[in-house]
Design a protein around this ligand. Structure first.
Ligand SMILES: [Zn+2]
Length: 464
């Protein structure tokens, strides 16, 4: 009999990429104590530059420094960001890069998603690997290929290698600041509708499923998500499962060199609100919290979609052209939804035009959809969760479970579906709803009396 811990180790070994980008992952209580030993194995006599912020240094910094000393590692003075509310911005990458340019050290990052993204990009810019000690199970980006960084006012993904090693100390993670592990739970719950989006995209010829990346995320997703209360309560086992899910999602993104396995329409809502500079009570809600509300939005629309019948869909291109925008009209809509900054407008235009279909293209897409529907209608319900259950799980994990809790009114949520579709070329439920012309039935009705997001159901939560 193997212990659950050995089982996890075995799963991790199988999941690590053959190209060796991430060579070691440990998810267990006390993992931070091994930082020095792991650093020595991977980087030998190269000095370590511990990078942290004030919060994450408090969480595990001293312990990691001690382990470096014990392992006989050379080390530079720690690099500690002084902001209490640190953001992943290009200016913050630059200060770390400048420090790295002065010395010949490798970053040992101690932190959550933000710190890891800063360390990842700065290390890449000086052409060095790095490793991370995770202090919260807050996002799936730790082991992803790429860093999510705000540049000139909008969030972008910069492609850069994942850490060579990741140590997730579950005792440190259990003590993470309020909201961080719930954020990670919401980011993992997002893989439910994201998986449905990929099935849809695969069936309609928009983007094929990458079998390894799929299996890494979807294989054990239900088990990882099984204990939202445990995540909220800091239970080691629940956090271990959550962290495993987040790490495997990152490894899937490494394997496919794409975020598709971990991100569908629900993430588009979050990216949209990022690009709109959305804040609530003076702060940007966490990535996971925004994604959680996106997950609710996407799941509610999936319920509506599954009740539709494509048999009667019009597929004559000449008739479709009457309701389908031409390129100029699409461009006008994008410019109206994203008037500034110009770099953002251009980026969204490129993404939207990237998935534009002519009326003929739309006609073939809809024919394909009709053919694929019996199989989809059988497969999708088993992959999805009802929106009400998504909501219950978010609440159980102590993540926001209604849009108002992140400062998004019902009206704004409804108005977010269309621009969310525009910002990425990624094919999702939002595309099939636009293509079928089922927008009213599957989006707008959610906000009418009796709908999932009806105001009457929300009246007590509505902000003044
Ligand atoms: Zn995410």
């Amino acid at each position: 009999m193997t212990s659950p811990r050995e089982e996890r180790e075995k799963r991790i070994r199988r999941a690590l990429p053959p190209d060796g980008m991430t060579r070691l992952v440990k998810i267990e209580p006390g993992a931070a104590k091994e930082a020095g030993k792991v650093f020595k194995e991977l980087f030998g006599d190269t000095p370590a530059l511990l990078a942290a912020d004030l919060n994450t240094f408090e969480a595990a910094g001293e312990e990691v420094l001690r382990s470096l000393a014990e392992a006989g590692c050379r080390r530079e003075d720690p690099f500690i960001y002084q902001e209490r509310d640190l953001h992943a911005e290009t200016s913050r990458v630059e200060v770390l890069r400048k420090r790295l340019e002065e010395i010949d050290a490798v970053v040992l990052c101690v932190g959550s998603g933000t710190l890891n993204d800063l360390a990842k990009l700065a290390s890449h810019q000086v052409g060095r690997p790095y490793m991370t000690v995770a202090t919260a199970a807050s996002v799936d980006g730790f082991t992803a290929y790429g860093a999510s960084i705000t540049d000139r006012g909008f969030k972008q993904t910069f492609y850069c290698p994942a850490p060579l090693a990741l140590l997730a100390d579950l005792e440190v993670i259990a003590a993470a600041p309020e909201g961080m592990n719930p954020s990670g739970y919401a980011d993992l719950l997002a893989k439910i509708p994201a998986g449905a989006d990929w099935i849809l995209a695969d069936a309609l010829g928009a983007e094929a499923i990458h079998p390894k990346a799929w299996e890494l995320v979807q294989g054990r997703l239900r088990e990882w998500l099984a204990d939202p209360e445990g995540v909220a309560g800091g239970k080691i086992e629940a956090l271990g499962n959550l962290m495993e899910g987040l790490v495997f999602s990152g490894l899937a993104m490494q394997a496919a060199r794409s975020s598709r396995a971990a991100s569908g329409a629900e993430h588009l809502f979050s990216h949209l609100w990022d690009n709109q500079g959305h804040t609530y009570r003076g702060k940007a809600p966490s990535h996971g919290f925004k994604v959680g509300i996106g997950t609710l939005a996407s799941s509610a629309s999936y319920e509506k979609l599954l009740a539709m019948d494509p048999k009667t869909l019009e597929t004559d291109p000449a008739l479709l052209a009457r309701r389908w925008p031409d390129r100029a009209e699409l461009e006008a809509r994008v410019r109206a939804a994203f008037p500034s900054p110009p770099a953002l407008t251009e980026q969204v235009l490129e993404q939207s035009l990237g998935k534009y279909l002519t009326p003929e293209g739309l006609s073939s897409r809809l024919e394909r959809f009709r053919e694929a529907w019996p199989a989809l209608a059988e497969r999708l319900p088993g992959r999805l969760l009802p929106a009400a259950e998504i909501q219950d799980r978010l609440a159980a994990a102590r993540a926001p479970s209604a849009p108002e809790e992140i400062g998004i009114s019902r009206k704004r949520l409804m108005e977010s579906y269309a621009p969310a579709r525009m910002i990425r070329s990624r094919y999702t439920i939002l595309d099939i709803l636009a293509e079928t012309g089922w927008w009213e039935e599957c989006v707008e009705t959610l906000f009418r009396p009796g709908g999932f997001f009806a105001r009457d159901a929300a009246e007590k939560d509505e902000p003044e």
